[in-house]
Ligand binder design. Sequence first.
Ligand code: HEM
Length: 272
Amino acid sequence: MSSLSSIASMLSSSTGMGGATREIQPTTGRVDFPLTVAEEARPPCFSKRIRAETAQAHRITESTSFVKSILRGAVDIESYRNMQTGLYLIYSAMEEELERHCLHPLVRSVYFSALSRCSALEQDLDFLWGEAWRDCLQITPARQQYVDRIRWVGENDPGLLVAHSYTRYMGDLSGGQVVERVVRRSLKIQGKEGFRFFHFDDIHDVKEFKNIYRRRLDGLAMSQTQAKGIIAESNRVFTLNRQIFEELEGSWIRALVKLVPTGFSQRQVVSY
Ligand code: HEM
């Protein structure tokens, strides 16, 4: 027996739980000796669970054609401002509900005013559309469905707002930063104007903030049923976001078709 594993086994017998222990072979390279654990399988903390149980939805959302075209650098100003307009309508509803329920026992743990995006989006839309930007706020079926769900949750089951906060804000603090870089490069825009949405001015260390947020998720005092409900809601939020992207993809293609000279587009139609 190596000296490390004998220490591990001494520790386990000193806890008085020797009979219930079993050895687990490490699956990663980070631990180089067998671990001895007292429990059969400790349930993963909630932040790990929600991440794992929405991973597939995340993959599907980030594989929509619209997102892929953004990442390829094929976004134009029209699509970008259309995308940010949709986000404004969604964040207006979400942040209104989060604020309304900021004292709710679950919501208050993930309520951080530093995350609020509405005022940043207002400034971005002012830059992208001009000062009459409010006249350009167009509600579409996918946007309406998303906003309706947020309102329904706010009215009927506010604890589920945790899922809305997690899915959007943790995404903004993660992949959102990648999106900003590629969009900025495609549109050749420098400076903060039009991109304030991606900057969390009151969060100085994003990585550390995400850890704090995850610890808050882990500390939520909730039943198994509530935990499952929040994970299911997060999966639903991913779907709502996917539908927003699919809708944007549709309007982007229609805009492209309009730009194509009539004779050419007719030939295309004939050849297919
Ligand atoms: C442009 C496409 C996207 C890319 C490239 C992307 C990329 C990433 C990456 C690299 C992470 C891991 C960050 C880390 O470990 O700290 C992440 C996390 C996350 N993303 Fe995305 N993402 C994209 C779109 C989205 C969308 C559309 C949503 C939701 C609406 C979303 C929600 C999330 C969430 C909730 C997390 C946090 C997972 C966790 O640590 O619990 N992402 N994303």
